[in-house]
Design a protein around this ligand. Sequence first.
Ligand code: ZN
Length: 74
Amino acid sequence: MSDENPICSAKGCRADAVWVLAWNNPKIHTPERRKTWLACEEHREHLSQFLGVRGFLKDVVLLAEWEDRAEEGG
Ligand SMILES: [Zn+2]
């Protein structure tokens, strides 16, 4: 078990991630597949827009909530 906090996926950002952006590229992923980016408060909007304009963005949830979902196994 790692004690390192997840870090924001934005280029050059070392801030702790607060948000999970779940996305899917229909050209390369099956519809139920979810890729995830992590984002700090500052970069959530920027990264969401990047995925959103491409039609890839599926969900934006708090990291804590995402981990709860994962534990539920579904
Ligand atoms: Zn960031």
